[in-house]
Design a protein around this ligand. Structure first.
Ligand code: DX5
Ligand code: ZN
Length: 219
């Protein structure tokens, strides 16, 4: 069993106080900071770029898990690596050159993660699983926080677990979207081990909600 990691999404944090928000996160004993990068093209919204990641980097020792919801992600990899990303996630749907883009992430010294939208089959990941440190299975359609968890995506997690075993690979499986103290148990049982949560964590007492997510993992 791979170790469980909680990855709070700062998409739901206070954008005017990232320094303080990072400090608060560090105190709750989470593992990652999930940073949702949106370009207004691959998804409708615009959020933060590499400059914001670089500005936050001195204030946190947590793993920076950068989720690029951008078209042509390969042209942004160097910037995010330089900004201090520890993991870069790119969407299978965002480039015709997914193999080369994943290679580029690893060449930059960063962990490579491949994202599958709810409508994208595991088949799209099959030929590059040897190049990834993580597969991110979207449990909502990307673009917005606060959407409902799509339980049908759990089948893909089960498929990935089988493929990982059969090919003697070691990637993490992350879930993103609609994760709360109930759905985290469903995703864990399917085989995920990294759990992104945005609105659930930030719309209540952060410490209590991190504890509730951890309790969901023990359930
Ligand atoms: C959605 C983002 C998520 C989002 C999750 O496009 O990738 O990381 O912040 O938010 P919640 O946990 O509110 O669904
Ligand atoms: Zn995300």
């Amino acid at each position: 069993m791979k170790p469980f990691k909680i990855a709070p999404s700062i998409l739901s944090a206070d954008y005017a106080n990232f320094e303080q928000e990072l400090k608060r996160l560090e105190e709750t004993g989470v593992d990652y900071v999930h940073i949702d990068v949106m370009d207004g093209h691959f998804v409708p919204n615009i959020s933060f770029g590499a400059g914001v990641v670089a500005a936050m980097r001195p204030y946190s020792k947590l793993v920076f898990d950068c989720h690029l919801m951008v078209s042509n992600p390969e042209s942004h990899i160097a910037d995010f690596a330089r900004a201090g990303a520890d993991i870069i996630s790119i969407h299978a749907e965002a480039t015709p050159h997914i193999h080369g883009a994943l290679q580029k992430i690893r060449e930059a010294g960063v962990k490579a993660s491949l994202v599958l939208n709810p409508g994208t089959p595991v088949e799209a990941a099959k030929n590059v699983l040897n190049l990834v440190d993580q597969v991110l299975v979207m449990t909502v359609n990307p673009g917005f926080g606060g959407q409902a968890f799509l339980a049908e995506t759990m089948d893909k997690i089960r498929e990935l677990v089988v493929l990982r075993e059969a090919n003697d690979l070691d990637f993490d499986i992350e879930v993103d979207g609609g994760i709360d103290n109930q759905t985290i148990t469903i995703a864990k049982e399917a085989g995920a081990n990294v759990f992104v949560a945005g609105s659930y964590l930030f719309k209540g007492d952060l410490k209590e909600r991190v504890a509730a997510l951890k309790a969901g993992l023990d359930a």
